[in-house]
Design a protein around this ligand. Structure first.
Ligand code: ATP
Ligand code: MG
Length: 415
């Protein structure tokens, strides 16, 4: 069962989880680690994507024997920032996939509110957006009897681990992040917060706290997971293994090194106004560029009517000259659950006007039940708050184990 779900995703790395023996301090290992790091940073500089979203699959302990045991339920951890309205990209690239995964894995889905303050934000909106996002998780089908749903800032271990990891993160790794370089250059050093530089470390904490095996990420996230992997290896090398054992610990790896997985379709939903170079995003200035899950029927119809198309006569997938056509057909395919071939057969002879009507109807049909459930959930905030409290309690119990191990391995005096 677990395998059949994983087979829907591409495993992007051939690296197997580190065994305890591979963590033995050695010059060779360190050199390998450092050279991998250099390659990773060259890649990051080229790609330079947004770092603040992720999801992952994991088991509770990082040792090799447990990883190979089929009786241990693997774990998925994933989150969305409460930075605005949840849109089709968030839904098709992340939340919709969670619904299948929660049936097989132990799942923790959280609202990454600590990331939402990296850039200037509205204090009057943060808690509302956080609650809205949680309610939408549930409305989309996240089941709180299977998954833990919680707010990142309610589990203090995220921030604590970030500080411990910060001491081990070379500043050069963060300075090279293209997004930091671009934004700090544009705004000037006096106008950007330190958090813009350090949030990749918080993201690593979000993943490593839960000992993730796999990270099913959107295309834009591959490079970000690399930072997490490098950091995990570095901490394991510096503090794990025999050194930790000498301090009374279990020995072995402190963190599992997570592997990336990418869903085959829908990994990247593009903007309605630019299908070539812009992904659909909450923070894009124009609301016309995205379909929000809570958009009214009229708003959906209007956005699809006005979205960018091309002057070709028929419709087709995978023509590099027709990014908008590929994007809209892919959205239609995912929303309807049809196969690519079925969509080709159905739509290939349609003109844009006909297809836009068909797509609008499919979007409204799909989103309407979500909107109804959302309204029900929001009408009883006590119910929602209880789910979030319960989720945070469960998450803390896992996160605290990881954090306490690291405190011990780093030599802290414990209470
Ligand atoms: P922001 O503009 O504030 O960064 P965002 O729209 O990029 O917001 P995030 O909270 O950063 O959303 O991402 C949450 C999840 O949604 C991540 O798993 C991310 O990969 C996925 N995601 C975001 N945008 C898209 C998209 N256009 N297509 C597919 N997946 C997406
Ligand atoms: Mg983003």
């Amino acid at each position: 069962m677990a395998r059949s779900i994983l087979s829907h995703f591409l495993i992007l790395s051939n690296t197997s989880p580190r065994s305890i023996s591979s963590l033995r301090p050695s010059g060779v290992h360190l050199r390998k680690c450092l050279s991998r790091t250099a390659i990773f940073h060259q890649n990051r500089l080229r790609i330079g994507e947004n770092l603040r979203c992720f999801c992952s699959v994991s088991v509770s302990e990082p040792s090799t024997s447990e990883t190979s045991s089929s009786s241990v339920k693997k774990r998925i951890v994933s989150g969305v920032q409460p930075t605005g309205s949840i849109h089709l990209g968030n839904y098709l690239g992340a939340i919709k996939n969670w619904i299948d995964l929660q049936n097989t894995y132990e799942t923790l889905f959280f609202i990454v509110d600590l990331h939402a303050i990296t850039l200037p934000y509205d204090t009057q909106q943060l808690s509302k957006s956080t609650r809205d996002t949680a309610a939408l998780y549930l409305a989309c089908g996240v089941d709180s009897s299977k998954a833990s749903v919680f707010v990142q800032s309610h589990v203090r271990a995220h921030v604590e681990l970030m500080w411990l990891l910060s001491s081990t993160t070379p500043i050069g790794w963060l300075n090279r992040m293209i997004q930091f370089k671009e934004k700090s250059r544009k705004a000037g050093d006096e106008n950007v917060g330190v958090a813009l530089l350090t949030y990749p470390v918080l993201m690593a904490s979000d993943i490593l706290l839960y000992q993730s095996d796999f990270v099913p990420v959107g295309e834009d996230q591959k490079q970000h997971l690399e930072l997490t992997r490098e950091l995990a290896e570095r901490v394991n090398y510096l503090y794990g293994g025999r050194k930790w054992k000498k301090l009374g610990g279990r020995g072995g790896a402190l963190f599992k090194v997570p592997e990336p997985l990418i869903p085959p379709t829908g990994a990247r939903v593009m903007s309605l106004t630019d299908g070539l170079s812009k992904v659909m995003s909450k923070s894009a200035p124009s609301d016309q560029s995205r379909i929000n899950l809570l958009d009214s029927k009229d708003a959906i119809a209007n956005k699809i009517k006005r979205c960018k198309t091309d002057s070709f006569t028929s419709l087709e997938f995978d023509n590099p000259e027709r990014p908008e056509c590929n994007n809209l057909l892919s959205v239609y395919q995912l929303i309807t659950g049809k196969t690519k071939q079925e969509v080709v057969e159905e739509c290939k002879d349609m003109n844009w006007g006909t297809f836009k009507t068909v797509l609008t109807d499919a979007l409204i049909d799909h989103l309407n039940p979500i909107q109804i459930r959302y309204a029900e959930i929001m009408s009883d905030t006590t119910y929602l708050d209880n789910i979030l409290a319960e989720g945070a309690t469960k998450a803390s119990s896992i996160a605290d184990v990881t954090l306490n191990n690291l405190y011990q391995a780093m030599g802290f005096l414990r209470r």
